[in-house]
Design a protein around this ligand. Sequence first.
Ligand SMILES: *Cc1c(COP(=O)(O)O)cnc(C)c1O
Length: 395
Amino acid sequence: MNPIQQRIEAMNERVAQVKEAGWYFYLQPLEELDGAWVTTGGRRMLLFAGYSYLGLLGHPKITAAAQEALARYGTGTQGVRILAGTLPLHDELEETIARFKKTEAAIVYSSGYVTNLATVSALVGRNDVVICDKYNHASIVDGCLLSQAKFVRFRHNDMAGLERRLQQADPNAGKLVVVDAVFSMDGDVINLPEVSRLCREYDALLMVDEAHSVGVLGETGHGIEEHFGLNNAIDLYMGTLSKPIPSVGGYVAGKQEIITYLKHVARAFVFSASLPPAQTAAAKASFEVIEEETWRVKMLQRNVELFLGGLKARGFNTLNSETPIVPIICGEDERAFQMAKACQEGGLFVLPVVSPAVPVGLARLRANVTVDHSEEDIAYALDVFERAGKAVGVI
Ligand SMILES: *Cc1c(COP(=O)(O)O)cnc(C)c1O
């Protein structure tokens, strides 16, 4: 049989098996959204799998900005940014992001995934080295592979490992280090002070993915530098417009010369249509709301403390998470599926993450806490997790 056909059939079989076991939780439509409460399959459930950490999805100011742009410009654009696809809104969004990140300029792409793919592959090529934390997001890995640069990785958050990689690099090669600010499966934070120091020492450019950092880390949600009390520690600040920012798209902020370079070299910017007007306006308004409604970041951080503290007190292993992404380690894949099923029966919409997305033996529930959760919601969820954890032998 054609090996392509073989792969297609193997995956279809695996999906069918998981469905038969009653462990298939994916691609489930949410019919109604009411803050942290969602309706799925006609049933109201408490969501612990969403990315709207600051509760901005459906925010009146953001929705109004999108509606106004939609009424004025319609549903699309005249194509790519560099030709006829730029509206004043795109420039304003980039200026807003640059200001928010305290950089000179920014570039916006059509998704966060595409941002990493296009940026990394525009920066490095055949004779360069790109160095990654082993737990970096898939979109960074794909960007590295596409670039054809030498691609090397160091153990998760292991600074001695990073230094060895920098030392081993060909002294004539261009060096780029890319790390997540907050790791998307573990919820822990990169050791930015040390990564930044090493990059300066070894003359490497540093790109940091703040998908789960902007709106989350730092006293006012400005991200990982604010968290550590640093300035100008990063060369390229990457982020997404689809998580705490309730829109779609991705960006890189940095020095004007880097942004000018990307606007003429990054292929997904040059050869792909610009963000639609409504999404652009929504993203811009969202950055403004984060700065206007400072209580949201504080409330998120309080909820993270309540939720993480409650899970730890009940004996769950949450690795080194200190963010709204909370892994609840279950062990083998099967146990994570059982745990998810028990929690869903208890009314929580929470999902399992299994290998190969996470290492074998570290299958987990990935629970996300947000501003939309009340104290009562969190208490309710902790009860469900505890009962489920005891029933399936996780605690
Ligand atoms: C979600 C995510 C992305 C991709 O962002 P999208 O806007 O969803 O395409 C990139 N990096 C990290 C770390 C992410 O978690």
